[in-house]
Design a protein around this ligand. Structure first.
Ligand code: B12
Ligand code: SF4
Ligand code: SF4
Length: 395
């Protein structure tokens, strides 16, 4: 198997000369340093362009990226390591395993009114944490003779899973995640570009998913298809983290209690092993999230990945989850949010949620908001929710 365990000398690749023992020893020393820094896996590939340009442009042309406009920008930069570092000869890819694999959902979340946070978000923000670790690896690579290095974790242009796949770190699962044979998919990826020519690892060409397709029906919104590709517009991770505006109404009920990201297509994967982790950050109080002010938000989430959707995004998501709770205890916090929240986006979602829960308390708040809310879309959301709440047999 390539990647961490690979010791076989690599075949020559486009433009990269065959390497002798010295280069192989150097690569092994860099890999050993990566593992010593805590990375679960480290693989090597050349700096030639990725060959997924057509797949990527088809995906973009089908608008499957939703409103993530940055993915459209400068497609060549997404495929070309040398567009990031002109002198790049090799790309070192790493996988960082996060502790919370297949965290069991709380079966009593409706009674407890708790949300769910994707397991990768636990601990310090990986964009910073992994980049710091990779910078340490880069310093070592420079000690080994590299004159130029560049680090990317998530935020940069390169399509990391394709690079990692080519570097032998795993295969593309049907959930579109990169799966490592030993670590499954619950790893975050990063890459380090260097001008050192290093022997490459062999890509994992086999599809180890075999006849399994468990992730496809497990996706609550039907975002995955047999490609293996994803329609990001339907993905709960996109809806709860990347999408800044309103969540499409028809998808809200399917989000359940996810308030940040989603792990459903990884939780069912036989290559991931349940961690049994039940950390409070992964099960936040929904009324607490909905009512949070800026200070509380900063104190709770500064330095974690949860800052990305901002306070208003998390509060919007909490409102949706409360609307899905079928618990009358959610009425009061939602009514308060509809009357008082400083963000119109959150008030509009609180209105929707009250419409789902229905009942006299919900109707009263909705009537008031429809009449007095200063923002027209909130008044409209309240009116629509009121009509839904008054439907016969709404519960
Ligand atoms: C945009 C993005 C998203 C979007 C779109 C997801 C997606 N699948 O593309 C959204 C917001 C939905 C998202 C969600 C998540 N993301 Co994200 N995301 C990214 C980002 C920034 C770019 C990905 C990208 O370019 N997508 C474009 C599409 C076209 O790429 P693609 O899915 O790889 O599609 C290819 C395949 O379908 C493939 N393909 C099609 N047919 C075939 C056939 C064969 C045989 C093969 C081999 C391939 C293949 O070709 C397509 C075109 O390139 C990367 C970081 C980066 N810079 O690369 C992180 C990244 C992919 N995300 C990551 C994570 C952790 C997640 C979440 C798990 C977070 C969560 N828990 O909520 C979810 C997982 C959802 C899922 N099932 O993919 C990790 C993945 C780690 C891993 N082990 O795979 C990355 C690498 C970030 C990181 N640095 O660790 N993400
Ligand atoms: S992360 Fe959730 S919503 Fe997105 S594809 Fe996986 S299961 Fe579906
Ligand atoms: S659940 Fe099954 S099909 Fe989906 S990624 Fe895992 S092994 Fe592959």
């Amino acid at each position: 198997m390539a990647g961490v365990d690979s010791t076989t000398p690599a075949a020559p690749r486009n433009g990269v000369p065959e390497h002798g023992r010295e280069a192989t020893a150097l690569r092994d020393a860099i890999r050993a340093r990566a593992l010593a820094l805590g990375f679960a896996a480290c693989g090597f590939t050349g700096a030639e362009d990725l060959d997924c340009g057509v797949l990527l442009s088809d995906w973009l042309a089908a608008q499957r990226h939703g409103l993530m406009d940055y993915l459209e920008r400068d497609p060549q930069r997404r495929l070309s390591p040398r567009a990031t570092l002109a002198s790049a000869a090799s790309v070192i890819t790493v996988a960082w395993k996060y502790p919370g694999a297949a965290v069991a959902p709380d079966p009593d979340w409706r009674a407890r009114l708790t949300g769910r946070v994707a397991a990768y978000a636990l601990g310090p923000d990986y964009h910073v944490h992994l980049a710091e670790k990779l910078e340490l690896l880069a310093a070592f690579v420079r000690e080994c003779g590299s004159r130029a290095t560049e680090v990317q974790v998530d935020g940069g242009p390169l399509v990391e899973r394709h690079l990692a796949r080519r570097a032998g770190l795993g295969w593309y699962g049907h959930n579109t995640m990169l799966l490592h044979p030993r670590h499954g998919s619950t790893s975050l990826l990063g890459c380090l570009l260097t001008d050192l020519p290093l022997p490459v690892d062999e890509p994992v060409v086999a599809d180890h998913c075999g006849s399994c397709r468990a992730c496809l029906p497990a996706c609550p919104t039907g975002a995955l298809d047999h490609g293996p590709t994803i329609d990001a517009r339907l993905c709960i991770s996109y809806l709860t983290i990347e999408l800044r505006g309103p969540i499409p109404r028809e998808l809200r009920a399917r989000i359940g209690n996810w308030v940040f990201g989603c792990d459903a297509c990884q939780d069912v994967c036989p290559w991931n092993h349940a961690s049994g982790l039940a950390h409070a950050l992964l099960r936040p109080s929904l009324p607490g999230l909905l009512a949070m002010d800026e200070d509380e938000f900063r104190q709770t989430y500064a330095g974690t990945a949860l800052v990305r959707p901002k306070r208003r995004g998390l509060a919007r998501n909490a409102a949706v989850a409360l609307g899905n709770s079928a618990n009358a205890a959610a009425l009061e916090p939602l009514a308060r949010a509809l009357a008082e929240h400083d963000e119109a986006l959150v008030r509009a979602h609180a209105a929707w949620a009250l419409g789902e829960l229905a009942g006299a308390r919900a109707e009263l708040s909705l009537l008031r908001a429809e009449a007095v809310d200063p923002v027209a879309p909130v008044r409209r959301a309240a009116g629509a929710a009121l009509r839904r709440a008054r439907r016969p047999n709404v519960n």
